[in-house]
Design a binder for this molecule. Structure first.
Ligand SMILES: *[C@@H]1O[C@H](CO)[C@@H](O)[C@H](O)[C@H]1NC(C)=O
Ligand SMILES: *[C@@H]1O[C@H](CO)[C@@H](O)[C@H](O)[C@H]1NC(C)=O
Ligand SMILES: *[C@@H]1O[C@H](CO)[C@@H](O)[C@H](O)[C@H]1NC(C)=O
Ligand SMILES: *[C@@H]1O[C@H](CO)[C@@H](O)[C@H](O)[C@H]1NC(C)=O
Ligand SMILES: *[C@@H]1O[C@H](CO)[C@@H](O)[C@H](O)[C@H]1NC(C)=O
Ligand SMILES: *[C@@H]1O[C@H](CO)[C@@H](O)[C@H](O)[C@H]1NC(C)=O
Ligand SMILES: *[C@@H]1O[C@H](CO)[C@@H](O)[C@H](O)[C@H]1NC(C)=O
Ligand SMILES: [Zn+2]
Length: 410
C-alpha cells in the first residue's frame, strides 16, 4: 500500500489520483511506501532491552527558562527519566552558561519512520502529536523508542464519503467503514476507534464538501463522552466556522482564504477553544500554490494575531511531512523553529512563543508530566547556546537534547 497521500491536504484541487494497494513503484519513486514494512522497520529499531541503565547527571552552569524569565546559572539534576533534586553520585556535565528550555512539542506532525523521529529529536522536539493515524500499528511503532520523541496518537481522521479527506482515507486504507455518512454512523465509528488501539485524541475534518454541521457536533460530543479531546482540521473560513460551532477543543490550521471576524474570535474564546495555526504549512502552501486571493498567507497570519490578542491559546504545530505530491512538504524538526518565528511574526512575544511550544500544549492535552523544568517532571530538555528571549532564532542554536533523561545522539 502506498502512503503517498497521508498528510493533510489543505485544498481539494491537489488529489488527482488515488494511491492504490499493491501497485508497483510510482514513476520516479524508487521505493513505494508500504505500511507493514514501515511497522517492521520501526519496531526493529526499538532497543531490545526495555530497561535503560539508570543514569544520574548534574547539568552544571545552565540558565533555566522557567516560563517567565531566564534564571541565573544553576545546576539541574537528571535522575533516570526524570528531573531530580539530589545531586549525590551524579556525573557532572558543564552546561557552559547555556539556556535550558523544556523539550519542544510539535502539536501537529506526520512522522512515519525513524529518520523523521531522529530529525525531530535532533532539533529539540521531544513530543509529537501524530495527526493522522490511519494505521494505529504504524503510529505505535514510532512510540517508546529510547531518545526519540513521545508520540501522541490521533484516531483515523473522521471524514465524509466523496470528500478530499475521505478519498485520502480510502487511498490509505481501502476501508470504506472508516468514513462517516451522517449522524447515524457516528456512534459505531467512535466505538470502533476506541475498541481498536485506543487513540490519545480524536481527529475530525471540517471541509466543504464534507461532514455536515450536525455530524461534526455529534462527533465532538461523543468524543467528550469518552473523555477524549477533539482536534478539528479547518483551512477555509467556512470550515473554520463549522469547527468553532462544533465546540471542538482544538482547531488546526488557519483559513487561507479570508481572515476570521471578531465575532468568531469572541465565540472561540468564550468556548475555551485552542488554536494550532500551523503557519509554517499555511505559508508553504500559499507560496507553492500562489499567494493570491483564496491562498492568502497574510489572512492566516492576521487570524492568528487576532486570536492571540483576544486571549485564545495558540500552540506550535508544523504539519511536518515528507510525502510526495503534497501542496507543501514541511521538514521535521527545523519547522518547529520556523513556527516559533511565525508566531512572533503574528505578534506573540518570544516568551509567549516558547510557552506555545512547551507548557501550553502539555496542559492543553493533559500531559502533566512535561512542559516545565521542575523536579519530578520528565527530563525532556533542550540546551541552547544563545538567548531566545533576545532573538527567537536562538532556539536553533542547539547544544544538547535529552528525552526521558537520555541524551539524543549519544
Ligand atoms: C534487537 O534484536 C534483533 C534480533 O536479535 C536484532 O535484529 C535487532 O537489530 C536488535 N535491535 C537493536 C536496536 O539492537
Ligand atoms: C524515512 O523516509 C525518508 C523520506 O521521507 C527517507 O529519506 C529515509 O531514508 C527514511 N528512513 C528510513 C529509516 O527508512
Ligand atoms: C509504551 O509504553 C507505555 C508505558 O510503559 C505502555 O503503556 C505502552 O503500551 C507502550 N506502547 C508501545 C507502542 O510500545
Ligand atoms: C473522491 O473520489 C471520487 C471517486 O473517485 C470522486 O468522484 C470524487 O470527486 C472525489 N472527491 C474529491 C473532492 O476530489
Ligand atoms: C449516505 O447516506 C444517504 C442516505 O442518508 C444515501 O443516500 C447515500 O447513498 C449514502 N452515501 C454513501 C456514500 O454511502
Ligand atoms: C503574500 O502576499 C502579500 C500581499 O498580498 C504579501 O504582503 C505577503 O508578504 C505575501 N506572503 C508571502 C508568504 O509571500
Ligand atoms: C489577504 O489578506 C489580508 C488580511 O486579511 C488582506 O488585507 C488582503 O487584502 C488579502 N489579499 C488578497 C489578495 O486577498
Ligand atoms: Zn497535518
Amino acid at each position: 500500500m502506498l502512503l503517498e497521500h497521508l498528510y493533510c491536504y489543505l485544498f481539494g484541487a491537489v488529489l488527482l489520483a488515488l494511491p492504490t494497494f499493491g501497485c508497483g513503484p510510482h514513476p520516479g519513486n524508487a521505493a513505494p511506501f508500504d505500511i507493514p514494512s514501515l511497522i517492521t522497520a520501526n519496531n526493529l529499531a526499538r532497543p531490545n532491552s526495555s530497561t535503560a541503565p539508570h543514569k544520574k547527571i548534574a547539568l552544571d552552569n545552565v540558565r533555566v527558562f522557567d516560563g517567565t524569565c531566564i534564571l541565573p546559572p544553576s545546576t539541574v539534576v537528571i535522575d533516570g527519566p526524570l528531573i531530580g533534586s539530589d545531586i549525590m553520585g551524579a556525573e557532572h556535565i558543564d552546561g557552559k552558561g547555556g539556556i535550558l528550555l523544556p523539550g519542544l512539542i510539535d502539536a501537529h506532525c506526520h512522522p512515519t519512520n525513524i529518520t523523521h523521529m531522529q530529525e525531530l529529536a535532533k532539533w529539540g522536539v521531544t513530543s509529537g502529536f501524530v495527526m493522522a493515524c490511519f494505521s494505529q500499528e504504524l503510529c505505535s511503532s514510532l512510540s517508546n523508542h529510547t531518545a526519540l520523541p513521545s508520540v501522541l496518537r490521533s484516531s483515523v481522521p473522521a471524514s465524509a464519503p466523496g470528500s478530499v479527506h475521505g478519498n485520502i482515507t480510502i487511498g490509505a486504507t481501502r476501508d470504506i467503514s472508516l468514513l462517516i455518512n451522517g449522524t447515524a454512523a457516528v456512534p459505531s465509528w467512535i466505538n470502533s476507534q476506541l475498541a481498536g488501539q485506543d487513540p490519545d485524541y480524536f481527529k475530525f475534518i471540517a471541509e466543504i464538501p464534507g461532514l455536515d454541521q450536525a455530524t461534526l457536533d455529534l462527533l465532538v460530543k461523543d468524543a467528550h463522552q469518552y473523555g477524549k479531546k477533539g482536534v478539528m482540521h479547518a483551512a477555509t473560513l467556512e470550515a473554520y466556522t463549522q469547527a468553532i460551532l462544533s465546540r471542538t477543543d482544538h482547531i488546526h490550521h488557519a483559513p487561507l482564504d479570508h481572515g476570521i471576524s471578531s465575532a468568531l474570535v469572541k465565540t472561540m474564546l468564550q468556548q475555551g477553544q485552542i488554536s494550532t495555526p500551523t503557519l509554517t504549512m499555511m505559508r508553504a502552501t500559499a507560496l507553492k500554490l500562489g499567494n493570491t486571493s483564496g491562498r492568502n498567507f497574510t489572512a492566516a497570519l492576521s487570524t492568528t494575531s487576532l486570536l492571540h490578542k483576544a486571549g485564545v491559546p495558540i500552540l506550535t504545530g508544523t504539519d511536518a511531512n515528507t510525502q510526495s505530491g503534497v501542496p507543501a512538504t514541511v521538514p521535521f524538526g527545523t519547522s518547529l523553529h520556523d513556527e516559533l518565528e511565525n508566531l512572533v511574526e503574528a505578534g506573540m512575544s518570544n516568551i509567549e512563543a516558547l510557552l506555545a511550544a512547551t507548557v501550553k500544549p502539555a496542559r492543553a492535552f493533559g500531559l502533566w508530566d512535561r512542559g516545565t523544568i521542575l523536579a519530578g517532571m520528565r527530563a525532556d530538555l533542550v540546551l541552547v547556546g544563545g538567548d531566545p528571549l533576545q532573538d527567537i532564532k536562538n532556539t536553533r542554536d542547539i547544544r544538547r537534547v535529552w528525552i526521558g533523561g537520555v541524551q539524543v545522539g549519544q
